[in-house]
Design a protein around this ligand. Structure first.
Ligand code: PMP
Length: 389
């Protein structure tokens, strides 16, 4: 049976992690892995999370099964953060807990396939897992224009006009904020023009919001998503709490689906639950319970927001420092979130690793939070020869 299977290439990022770990040079720099790091290079458990975990440990009455929807109170409280109070109260939007943002994307993909959607459009470039997630659910993945390497910004004209090739009913995957891997973000005006294009072409948006609060702040990072949902009849929103609550391995996320009517929404919800049952039966509880405990308590919620704001401020401070060092990096200050795409090729990435112990994937994507105030100048000096004039 299994003889027909091919070997698969190892995950490129895991290979980078392995090489970095094995490198004895004391001044090595890891800008590869996509997790937040503090100034000491650590990815700590947030204080609000530690307190919520202590409360859960002391008071959790049972670990009996919940249901395919997971912790519904978690999803409802999180809706207030992600969607804002008005959309959170909409009777056309229904949400369930999922295993991380990946689970939300996959559940959304399965729902789309079950609903008869055939094609989803993703930008170039995008998070490398988007293609496999949608293809494995049976959808056709097509690519629309997005990033302009020349300006390290969004090529809005090319982006919008490439959507003219989409058929009515096709789905378009959008990054809600902090684009991975380019760090770009649509301005409020650009969101408006995108909404008009989606309406004109009758395309269905599927927003991936995995970094809320790590760009410009919680509300600012969700503003485009909210504008979009308020303007279109049908949409999907995959959400990850794994970065903004630093819960990565606990796998915390949610999927919301907006339907044209509340009646359709009821059938959508039933279908989401049936699909979830066959995918994972029910999502893991601990991380979502932690988020629920935080959001239920004003003091803990305030502490979480303050910690998140500090993480966001640190990323933006490093962005400013990096952008000031070389003209080719200037746009990094206007971008947001953990990532930026350096305008260097795979040979340069290889040379940086060999000569300077600087680690990133071959694409040139860097995690800004892997830098700190002490090594950012050395990093910039090392990459400068590869950046041109
Ligand atoms: N979407 C994007 C754009 C991401 O970068 C990631 C994580 N790297 C995810 C979704 C998935 O997040 P999670 O770890 O919660 O599955």
């Amino acid at each position: 049976l299994f003889g027909a299977l091919d070997r698969q290439p190892p995950d490129a990022l895991l290979a980078v992690i392995g090489m970095h770990r094995a490198d004895p040079r004391p001044d090595k720099i890891d800008v590869g892995v996509g997790v937040y790091r503090d100034a000491s290079g650590a990815t700590p458990v947030m204080r609000a999370v530690k307190q919520a975990e202590a409360r859960l440990l002391a008071a959790q009455p049972s670990k009996a099964y919940l249901g395919a929807e997971g912790d519904q109170r978690f999803t409802d409280l999180l809706a207030g953060i992600a969607l804002g109070p008005e959309l959170a109260a909409s009777d056309r939007i229904t949400g369930v807990q999922t295993p991380g943002g990946t689970g939300a994307l996959r559940l959304g993909a399965e729902l789309l396939a079950r609903s008869g959607a055939g094609t989803i459009w993703v930008g170039t470039p995008t998070w490398p897992n988007h293609g496999p997630i949608f293809r494995e659910a049976g959808l056709t993945v097509r690519h629309h224009a997005y990033f302009d390497a020349e300006t390290a910004g969004i090529d809005e004209q090319a982006f919008l006009s490439s959507l003219d090739a989409a058929a009515p009913g096709d789905v378009v995957l959008l990054h809600g904020c902090c684009h991975n891997p380019t760090g770009t973000a649509l301005s409020p005006d650009q969101w408006q023009r995108l909404v008009a294009k989606l309406a004109e072409r009758r395309l269905i948006p599927f927003v991936d919001l995995a970094y809320q609060g790590l760009g410009r702040g919680l509300d600012a990072d969700a503003a485009g998503t909210r504008t979009l949902l308020a303007a279109v009849p049908e949409a999907l929103l995959a959400y990850s709490c794994d970065k903004n609550f630093a819960l990565y391995r606990e796998r915390v996320g949610a999927l919301w689906v907006q339907s044209a009517t509340p009646e359709t929404g009821a059938a959508v919800r039933d279908t989401m639950l049936v699909l979830a049952r066959s995918l994972w039966s029910m999502p893991p509880d601990h991380g979502a319970a932690v988020v629920r405990v935080i959001l239920e308590d004003d003091d803990l919620a305030a502490e979480w927001r303050a910690e998140l704001d500090a993480m966001c401020a640190r990323i933006n401070r490093l962005r400013t420092l990096l952008a000031a060092i070389h003209p080719a990096l200037a746009s990094i200050a206007d971008q947001q979130g953990l990532f930026a795409l350096l305008p260097i090729d795979a040979a340069a990435v290889e040379a940086l690793r060999a000569q300077h112990a600087i680690y990133m994937p071959a694409s040139g994507r860097i995690n800004i939070a892997g830098l700190n105030e002490d090594n950012v100048a050395r990093f910039a000096a090392a990459i400068a020869p590869y950046l041109g004039d």
